[in-house]
Each structure stands twice: as structure tokens, then as C-alpha cells.
Design a protein around this ligand. Sequence first.
Ligand code: EPU
Length: 406
Amino acid sequence: MSGAKNAVLPIMASSLLAEGPVEIANAPLLRDIHTFGKLLGWMGASVARGEAGEGEPSVLRIDTREARRAEAPYDMVQTMRASVLVLGPLVARHGRARISLPGGCAIGARPIDQHLKGLSLLGAETRLSEGYIEAKAGRLTGATIYFDVKTVTGTENLMMAAATARGTTVLKNAAREPEVCDLARALRGMGADIEGEGTDEIVVRGVTSLSGVRHEVMADRIEAATLLLAGAITGGDVTAEGADAGAMDAVLEKIGESGADVSLPPGGVRVRRDGPIRPVNVETSPYPGFPTDVQAQFMAYMCLGDGSSIIRETIFENRFMHVAELRRMGALIDISGNAAIVKGVPGLSGAPCMATDLRASASLVLAGLAGSGTTEILRIYHLDRGYAMLEKKLSSLGAEIARVQE
Ligand code: EPU
């Protein structure tokens, strides 16, 4: 498995707090990681990649000691919303930040009010000016912050901001995602005093400074789920080596309920299916619930179910864009509010289709693998944002898939 994109990005942001180089081992070659590197480079950081040696994962090395610009410009934030992760570290380090306010995106409005509320409670003054959030502060001061909604990058932003604040910060109703835990581990490696990650209350006791660190990033649980579903949807047998089953409970449970066989060989997860696909209802929710980032892929799987299933999306308001494309391949799906009612069909047929966002693209790949005939997917740059060499990994499993144009 590749390292997890959504763990690498916040750890890259946290390098802004470190007074020494930060090395992230197992960071995959992905467009989002490249873009984030460009943003840090624009601020003045040096960002370099060491090639993977024998038995050694490739390493991303970031040194932010010369990074003096406390800004994230419009074009970078718009291509990657995760750029907002620099807000907390910049305010903590420079006492100021100017970040383009991310707009909505394909999957929903995605406000950042919780990030801003938290920063204000830590003592920063924030205001909106010409589409930019401007934040100013002296040294931040610890506070108790209750999140009105569970937010992954919001929790990460405030954990980073609090790491060097004066006094103790308590994050309540914090996100419990494994990627939040990985960031906490990386920050601890830099000398931060953090506990409670993985629960909904995280306590951060501010320290005066953080050092460099070498951190091996966790395996990508969303990539693993996607590859295992590729096995399940095609009636195949796939082992995701290096996948952490503990971080994938909800997904594995649902794959099991669908009639596929899930087993845990040492150091990985295996999924095999030869019987029919039993329809399974799914409702996305914050971790440890079923991840919204696997909803589209699971829906593609349910399109071939032996009956009807209901897939409810509760995290993002507009994350059903794959539905129109799946229908073009013969899927029977009705949308009612935040629920997709999927009526299984015996087969899908290949079709030209259009990727609309990262996980939607992955669902089209899965449907294409299971469908008859050829599927051509356009705009695969969406896929490259979050999957490293997906077509190579799938080919090595026996899929007929090729990249015909960059
Ligand atoms: N929300 C607010 N106010 C806020 C922040 C969030 O109302 O201040 C709402 C959002 O609009 C959404 C919900 O809270 O309805 C959850 O959003 P969250 O903040 O948790 O999402 P995120 O941090 O922006 C991360 C991942 C996403 C993943 C979500 C949910 C990263 C870089 N991104 O986004 O990943 O879908 O958590 O798990 O970690 C992907 O990889 O394809 C992807 C979109």
C-alpha cells in the first residue's frame, strides 16, 4: 500500500512548526502532495524527494527554516483545499497568516468556520479581506475548543496551532480518524505533548519549540479499500499488503456482509468473492463509521448486487456525482435527498465517462473493471490527486487497464 495522502498532507503542514528537517517516509507520488510541496516551496521551504532504496521507502524531506512567507495564494488553495492546513501552523509560527478562503468544491460547500472559531479561541484575530482570511496573533494561548461538527482538517489545524501555544488546549468532539492519530504521532516525534488522539477529546500541552523528525506515514486505508473492492466487484481475490485492518473495520464489515470472504493474512487484508453480491445498506459517518471517501466505490459494487441497497451520504451534501456516470454504464440508481437507492443489475456495460472528483473517479474504474466491453475515463487528473499508479497496481492484479493519455 502507498502511504496515506490524507496523513502526508497535514504532516507536511506541520513541518512549518519544526526547527529542523522533517522527513516523511513512504510518501506516495501524488499530485496533491506535489501541489502541497509547491505551496511550501513558494513560502520559502526546501522540499526534496529521496528515491526509495532497497527495502527503503521513498522519503520526502522538508526544511522550512527559511520559509518566511506566511501566505497561501488563491490558485494553490483552489486546486487543493487541504492547503488550508497551513493556517494553524503559520499563525503559530509567524503570528500572522493570509490564506485564500477556499470556495466550495465539487462535493460540497465545505466551510472552514470551525477552523476559524478554534483559532479565535486560541487568541488569534481573524478577518476576511478580498477573499483572503487574515489572521494575527501574539503567541497563541491554550483554550478549550468544542467542535460543532466533526472536522478532520479542522482538528488537525488546531492540534498543530496548539502544539506551541502557551498552556493547555482541549479539543472536544475532535475527529477520530487514523490520519489525525498519525499527525499526533508525527508531532510527538517533534517534541509535542499530545494525548487522546483517536478519542473525541484531544489534549495538547503547548511546548516552546518543536524539532525535526523522521516519520513513517501510515498506509492509505482508502486506497486499500478501493483495491479490495476491485477484487470484490470482479469476483476476484485481492490481498492489500501492508493495509491496516484495524483502520478499516467499517469497510471490511460491509464487504463481509456483501458475501465476500474477508481474511487477515499476516500484514495485510484479503478479500475474495465467488458467490453473488448481497445488497448491503451503508451510511457514511465520521470515523469509526463508514468513510465518505469509500462511498462512491462501494456504490459501484452495489450496482451489481443481488437486490436493492440504500447508500446514504451524511458528510458531504453533493457527493453523488458518480451516479450519473454509473447510470450511463447501465446502473439503476435513484437519488432521494442524501440517499441513493441502488437496484442491482446482472451486468454493467463499458462506456465513455467523465471523472468528476477523486473518489468518484475510482468508482468508475471499479465499474469499468466489472463491466463488459471497454470503459474510457476522461479527466483522470482527479484520480492522480489521490492514487499512486492505480492502473499499475490493478494491472498487476490481472486487470486490463491502461493510461492512454496523461
Ligand atoms: N465542516 C464544517 N465546518 C468546518 C469544517 C467542516 O461545517 O469548519 C463540515 C464539512 O462541510 C463537511 C463535514 O464538516 O460536511 C466534514 O468535513 P471535514 O472538515 O471533516 O473534511 P475535510 O477535513 O475538509 C477530510 C479529507 C477528505 C474527507 C473528509 C471526511 C483531507 C485532506 N481531506 O476533508 O478527503 O472526505 O475529511 O472524512 O484529509 C479525499 O481524500 O477524497 C477527501 C475529500
